[in-house]
Design a protein. Structure first.
Length: 295
């Protein structure tokens, strides 16, 4: 992610635009960790989501004029599937632990946007639940949920905001990635949980915000969707080139630093070409920290 003269001009421009636009396209029972002795390395997180203004303001303003067109094209550029896609046991480990309203951060380094975005995670989705879970929550018959019954029954149990807008997605789409962190909002009041879930459904069809501005009222992006619907999580908002935004890595760091707070760590699963593993909160902290240290 360094801006060096050794990069070819075309790649350097693409890299700059992606960084500027911030292309984020793309109480707990844990998944189970294999290295419980690793403690969160908070010192390794100091560089997370910092020093991101590498380009002059005029260049940024020019890039913003082509944000929708460029973002739409790059959201479809990939050269391999996610490493977790072929590992059914890993996907089952994630799905088995999910509860409605859980936040799922994904790292997709096989996509152009995932390669160029600084940090480990480039996107976030929210698990809404199956028909049975939504019935148990008491919102299956809510007016906001009824239009989506067929899709939910067909397995579209996640909601996400990407270049297509806010829509439901299947696990095979969301988990076509290299690494997953599951975070759980602590919402004890059942009425508040119902209202929150209904609010997510009410956001369906909202347009995508290619400028990643949390203050834009008529469009949204992945982490802003979480912020809009669950403001009590107090997700870290940072200003980049005059735009207030939320980085996916900062959401994970919020859970790591506030253990026992409003957002809890549930589990971390990652894979390479051959294997997959379940990582601890400490390993998640170290992995995020190493990505920012290498910038």
């Amino acid at each position: 992610m360094r801006n060096t003269d050794t990069l070819p001009t075309v790649r350097r421009i693409t890299l700059a635009l992606l960084l500027i636009l911030g292309s984020l396209l793309q109480g707990c029972t844990g998944i189970g960790t294999t290295d419980k002795g690793v403690k969160p390395a908070r010192a390794s997180l100091q560089a997370c989501c910092t020093s991101m203004e590498d380009y002059p303001r005029w260049y940024v303003d020019m890039a913003r004029t082509v944000a929708p067109a460029l973002g739409t094209v790059l959201s479809h550029v990939s050269w391999r599937s996610g490493y977790l896609r072929s590992k059914q046991a890993a996907q089952e480990a994630v799905m088995d632990v999910l509860q409605p309203l859980d936040i799922v951060l994904v790292s997709s380094k096989g996509k152009r946007s995932g390669q160029m975005i600084p940090g480990l995670f480039g996107h976030a989705a929210i698990y809404l639940g199956t028909e049975q879970e939504l019935r148990y929550l008491g919102i299956w018959s809510a007016p906001e949920v009824e239009p989506h019954h067929a899709k939910i029954r067909a397995g579209q149990v996640f909601i996400e905001a990407d270049a297509e807008g806010v829509h439901l997605s299947r696990p095979s789409i969301v988990l076509n990635t290299d690494a997953v962190a599951v975070l759980r909002p602590r919402i004890a009041n059942i009425e508040r949980r119902r209202r929150t879930a209904v609010d997510f459904f009410a956001a369906m069809g909202m347009k995508f915000d290619f400028l990643f501005d949390v203050d834009s009222p008529d469009c949204t992006f992945c982490t802003e969707l979480i912020h809009r619907t669950m403001p009590q999580l107090d997700l870290p908002i940072m200003e980049i080139y005059g735009v207030r935004t939320i980085m996916p890595d900062s959401v994970a760091v919020s859970a790591i630093r506030r253990r026992g707070g409003t957002l809890a760590f549930v589990g971390y699963v990652k894979a390479d070409r051959s294997n997959w593993k379940q990582g601890s909160i400490g390993e998640l902290a170290n992995d995020i920290g190493s990505h920012w240290a290498d910038r």
